[in-house]
Design a protein around this ligand. Structure first.
Ligand SMILES: NC(=O)c1ccc[n+]([C@@H]2O[C@H](COP(=O)([O-])OP(=O)(O)OC[C@H]3O[C@@H](n4cnc5c(N)ncnc54)[C@H](OP(=O)(O)O)[C@@H]3O)[C@@H](O)[C@H]2O)c1
Length: 416
């Protein structure tokens, strides 16, 4: 196996990359643990943090032997059984204190919502590489995150005198794990930004791709949770059924690749083999293909610029047979249009979209909102909170985003 040198991850050349994983108990978190456990010669896990799943965290600690852990739920923290010498940190600043430790090189963000926004900013300010599956951080806080990332890349280019060094570009510091964004990243390696014509984000279309409007209106949580190609957490699975997830991804892509929203197209591709593509000015389209297995983009973000053997099966194009591509239907799936409008309106509107969506999905799963109620609520929240007469309308600071999140959640809980 090729050793992971650490050179591309801000670490010490020839030494294992030292990792902190936020959200280790979730869907992405557990798959990240699986990837790390297969490459223990290349990575040293310094910290694991999760929300409430004590038993999963205990198993992960036995496997990876981190120096420090955190569990947000105080009851779970009291009964946590850890090997002697494992440090436990708690309190409101737990994630920040973990990601800014001097012995951490790379932070993996596998938490949902805005849980880790403050920690992502702190990690980048402390000069850590951040690999993120979480899209909400960029959707709400792209205007706060990207200037730091660009500054870090410019600093690395100046310090190394090598404009091709993996850390001399923003994507070396902020690495997308989302499969679509990883695909675009992989297509852009070695390409000039000025040569990008458009980004093409693929979408599976979710379980209701061919359903009638009446069928969609009657969708139950059980049906909406049956994703045709990916196995993921419940929140993102419902977001895939409404296409709200694709809407969030458009805004995420706008920040990551510095491409206007009008140049980011969505293409429905039910087989989920083509994970996304880039259309270049000369008419070429470059795409990344793979099986729907998140361990592949997780591993790419951890080992970039190297590629290592992975447990994900390679795509068998002959077995795949045919690959279909369709235009998305924003009539039956209005969340996509609402997200695009929120992205155009700015960070307040896209934060309102995220916060309302978290509540809307929880309410749908809990039976107090129907499936179409999710997009009705999204539209109402974006309209109400998306613009502001105050001067912070275009570039809200972190604390303003956090209080906006709270306000939108209250509105969304009460929405009828
Ligand atoms: N799942 C996928 O395949 C996929 C694909 C692409 C992108 N994403 C994105 O990745 C992110 C995570 O998705 P997911 O599906 O993995 O979500 P998930 O299964 O709900 O996992 C979220 C994790 O965050 C943890 N958490 C919650 N509050 C925390 C806190 N205060 N401190 C530390 N950890 C905390 C949860 O802990 P407990 O479970 O212990 O309570 C859980 O481990 C989302 O933004 C999603 O959109 C996911």
């Amino acid at each position: 196996m090729v050793p992971v040198t650490g050179q591309g991850s801000g670490g010490r050349a020839g030494q294992p990359v030292r990792v902190a994983l936020l959200g280790s108990g979730g869907s992405i978190g557990r798959q990240t643990v699986d990837v790390l456990a297969r490459h223990l010669d290349g990575f040293k896990v310094i910290a694991l943090a999760t929300g409430s799943q004590r038993q999963i965290l205990e198993e992960q600690v036995r496997l990876l032997r981190p120096l420090v852990v955190s569990i947000a739920d105080p009851r779970a923290a009291r009964s946590l059984e850890l090997p002697a010498g494992t440090e436990i940190v708690g309190g409101e600043d737990a994630l920040e204190s973990i990601v800014t430790r001097p012995d951490v090189d790379l932070v993996v963000v596998a938490t949902g919502g805005l849980v880790a926004l403050r920690s992502v900013l702190a990690a980048l300010e402390a000069g850590k590489v951040v690999a993120t599956a979480n899209k909400e951080t960029l959707v709400a806080g792209g205007h706060l995150v990207m200037p730091i990332v660009r500054r870090l890349a410019a600093g690395a280019a100046a310090a190394t005198g090598d404009s091709h060094h993996p850390l001399a570009e923003p994507l070396g510091w902020l690495r997308p794990i989302d499969s679509e964004h990883s695909a675009i990243w992989q297509c852009l390696v070695g390409e000039d930004h000025a040569a990008i014509e458009r980004l093409l984000l693929t979408a599976s279309g979710g379980p209701f791709l061919h359903a009638t409007a009446a069928d969609i209106a009657a969708a139950t949580p059980e049906r909406a949770l049956r994703h045709p190609t990916w196995t993921m957490g419940a929140k993102i699975t419902i977001d895939s059924a409404t296409l709200a997830n694709k809407g969030l991804e458009i805004i995420e892509a706008r920040w990551l690749y510095d491409v206007p929203l009008s140049d980011i197209a969505v293409v429905v591709h039910p087989q989920s083999v083509v994970h996304s593509a880039v259309h270049f000015v000369d008419g070429s389209v470059k795409a990344q293909l793979g099986t729907p297995d998140m361990r592949l983009p997780i591993q790419y973000a951890l080992t970039y610029p190297e590629r290592l053997a992975s447990p994900a099966a390679a795509v068998d194009l002959i077995a795949a047979g045919r690959l279909d591509f369709l235009a998305p239907d924003e009539g039956r799936f209005p969340a996509l249009r609402i997200a695009r409008e929120a992205g155009l309106a700015g960070p307040r509107a896209s934060t309102a979209f995220i916060s309302a969506d978290e509540v809307a999905v929880a309410r749908f799963l809990g039976g107090t909102l129907d499936f179409n109620g999710i997009s009705r609520l999204l539209e109402a929240a974006v309209e109400r909170f998306g613009t502001s007469a105050s001067t912070d309308a275009s570039e809200p600071a972190l604390d303003q985003l956090i209080s906006l999140d709270r306000e939108v959640r209250q509105f969304s809980e009460a929405y009828r």
